[in-house]
Design a protein around this ligand. Sequence first.
Ligand SMILES: Nc1nc2c(ncn2[C@@H]2O[C@H](COP(=O)(O)OP(=O)(O)O)[C@@H](O)[C@H]2O)c(=O)[nH]1
Ligand SMILES: [Mg+2]
Length: 176
Amino acid sequence: MEKEKKRIFKILVLGNSSAGKTTLITRYTKGYSPEQYITTIGVNITSYGTNIGNNSIVFQIFDIAGQKIFKSFRSKFYEGAYGALLLFDLTNIQSLKDIPNWMQEFRESSVENSPIVILGNKADLEERTITENMVKEILDSVNFSHELYLETSALYGLNVKECFELLGTLLLEIYK
Ligand SMILES: Nc1nc2c(ncn2[C@@H]2O[C@H](COP(=O)(O)OP(=O)(O)O)[C@@H](O)[C@H]2O)c(=O)[nH]1
Ligand SMILES: [Mg+2]
């Protein structure tokens, strides 16, 4: 019998402070949302094993503090990263405007051609101020494929499993 290969992928979860990174990771790996809002200091790493199709993979998920003051410290965690989930907050225009900077920062230090999935988070909130057109404009400005963009609610679990599986599927296509 062929021995199954278990692949380990280091991935980063990036985006402005308070976009919902820690909530997304906790919801995905533990199945609940953190009750308290605790600012991430530096980096938290969670390993999570899952199956995508017939492949068993392990995500090594790096939750990276979004604040500007951590910028110089951040880049060393980008090394060896195979992919990223990049979040913005659908109620915060600045978090969308900062998407191209996050992409650039990631591309500078990650493994070459690492896939990125972009997430418009907090889709559950009625006070969302960002329209589809505003998202389209930013994605087009960096030539980002709209198929790799999803709206999520980390708080309620909308598209949470799906976004990790989408990134996993892209990684499995690259690293067969
Ligand atoms: N309504 C709503 N609130 C969210 C969502 N995701 C995160 N939050 C809230 O936004 C705040 C910041 O979330 P957090 O995960 O700590 O953001 P981080 O700084 O990117 O790690 C917390 O109060 C979360 O409960 C979401 O999808 N919907
Ligand atoms: Mg956090």
